[in-house]
Design a protein around this ligand. Structure first.
Ligand code: ATP
Length: 353
C-alpha cells in the first residue's frame, strides 16, 4: 500500500457553508496521522495552475464557524480536457501530493474519478446546499441554507401579515426541491411548488382565495428554483384572481453564505475525518456519505449512477458494470427518496389552512 506523506484538499463547484469545517477536519485528521496537508486554492483550476500552499493546524484555527470556503471555489472547464488534467497531475507530482480530498458536487466527483484513474487517489465529500447527492442522506451546507431560507421567509411573513399580502418566494435548488419542501413546512407556507411533482396551479390560486374568504391575511407560496422563472409569472396571476396584493421574491445566492449550523459543522467534521481515514487505508474513488445517521462511503461511480437513476437520466449501458445487488440497492435508494419527497409535499397540503 502507498505510504501517504501529503494530502491535498480542495473545494470545487458551488460553495456551501460548512466547507471550511470539512477542510479543517481534513487538515487536523491528517496531522494527527503524521501526514502533511496542502491547500489547493480555486478548486481544480488552482490544481492546474499550481496554486497550492502548505497548511497546518494554525491555518484552520477558527474557520469552523465561517461560511463560504477559504480555499475559494472555481469552475474549470479546462480541467475536463486531457491537457488540463495532465497539468493538474504535474502539480501533484511537483508538490508530492499523494492523494486529494475534493469537496463539492457531482462535477467535482467526476474530476476526482478522472484524477484517481490517472494515479492520484481521490476521495469526494458532498458539499452542496441542494442536498442532491442521492447516495447521502444529507450534504454539507443544506442545513444552513435551509435555516437561512426559513429565517428570510419568516421575515416576509411578518410584513405580509401586516399588509395583507401574498408573497411567492423562489428558493434555491436547481435540481432538487428539498429546500423548498422543508422551508415550506417550517414556515407554514400555504403551498409549495417543486420540479419533481406536478402541481395544480388553479387549485393553489383557489386555495388562497378560499383562505382569504375565511379571514386569512397573509400567504406564502414557496417555489423551487428548478422551475425557472415560474414563480415570477405566478405572482400576478394570484393577484388577478384573488385580489390579494402579491409580490415575488428571489432569495438566490444569499442563502449560500452565512454561519454554518451545528448540524453542518458536525457532519462536515465527521466527513473530513472519514475522508482522511479512507485515503490512509489505501481507498480511493469514493464519496463519503451519511446514511441512517452513520458516516459511510460509496464508490463515486455508484453515487453518480444512482443520481442519474433518481433523475430519470440513465443512459444505455450505465448499469452494465454493477452487480444485481448494487442495482437493487440503487433502486431502493431512489424509491426511498421519491417517497420522502412525496411525504414532505403532501404534508404541506395537509396543514395548509
Ligand atoms: P454544484 O453541485 O455546486 O454544481 P459541482 O461539483 O457539481 O457542484 P461543477 O461546476 O459541475 O460543480 O463541477 C466542478 C468542477 O469539476 C468543474 O469546474 C470541472 O473542473 C470539474 N468537472 C466537472 N465535470 C467534470 C467531468 N466530467 N470530468 C472531469 N472534471 C469535471
Amino acid at each position: 500500500m502507498q505510504k501517504f506523506r501529503k494530502i491535498g484538499v480542495l473545494t470545487s463547484g458551488g460553495d456551501a457553508p460548512g466547507m471550511n469545517a470539512a477542510i479543517r477536519a481534513v487538515t487536523l485528521a491528517a496531522e494527527v496521522n503524521g501526514v502533511d496537508v496542502v491547500a489547493i486554492y480555486d478548486g481544480y483550476q488552482g490544481l492546474m495552475e499550481g496554486n497550492v500552499h502548505d497548511i497546518s493546524a494554525k491555518d484552520v484555527s477558527g474557520v469552523i464557524r465561517i461560511g463560504g470556503t477559504f480555499l475559494h471555489s472555481a469552475r474549470s472547464p479546462e480541467f475536463m480536457l486531457e491537457e488540463g488534467m495532465q497539468r493538474a497531475i504535474a502539480t501533484c507530482k511537483k508538490h508530492g501530493i499523494d492523494g486529494i480530498v475534493a469537496i463539492g458536487g457531482d462535477g467535482t466527483f467526476r474530476g476526482a474519478t478522472d484524477l484517481t484513474l490517472r494515479g492520484i487517489p481521490c476521495i469526494g465529500i458532498p458539499g452542496t446546499i441542494d442536498n442532491d447527492v442521492t447516495a447521502s442522506d444529507s450534504t454539507i451546507g443544506y442545513d444552513t441554507a435551509l435555516k437561512t431560507t426559513v429565517t428570510m421567509i419568516d421575515c416576509l411573513r411578518d410584513t405580509c401579515e401586516s399588509h395583507a399580502r401574498c408573497n411567492v418566494v423562489e428558493v434555491m435548488g436547481r435540481h432538487a426541491g428539498y429546500i423548498a419542501l422543508e422551508s415550506a413546512i417550517a414556515t407554514g407556507a400555504e403551498a409549495v411548488i417543486i420540479k419533481e411533482i406536478p402541481h395544480d396551479e388553479d387549485a393553489i390560486i383557489k386555495r388562497i382565495a378560499d383562505l382569504k374568504a375565511n379571514g386569512k391575511r397573509s400567504f406564502i407560496i414557496v417555489v423551487s428554483e428548478g422551475l425557472g422563472n415560474y414563480g415570477e409569472t405566478l405572482a400576478p396571476k394570484i393577484e388577478a384572481f384573488t385580489g390579494v396584493e402579491t409580490r415575488f421574491a428571489r432569495f438566490a445566492h444569499v442563502v449560500r453564505g452565512g454561519v454554518p449550523t451545528v448540524a453542518d459543522r458536525v457532519m462536515a467534521t465527521q466527513m473530513g475525518a472519514k475522508a482522511v481515514e479512507l485515503l490512509l487505508a489505501g481507498k480511493s474513488n469514493l464519496v463519503v456519505c451519511k446514511r441512517n445517521g452513520k458516516i459511510v462511503s460509496e464508490e463515486i461511480r455508484y453515487a453518480l449512477t444512482v443520481d442519474r437513476m433518481f433523475k430519470g437520466k440513465l443512459k444505455d449501458g450505465d448499469l452494465d458494470t454493477f452487480s444485481e445487488e448494487q442495482i437493487e440497492s440503487m433502486k431502493a435508494l431512489c424509491e426511498l427518496r421519491t417517497k420522502e419527497i412525496r411525504r414532505l409535499y403532501d404534508l404541506v397540503d395537509k396543514v395548509a389552512k
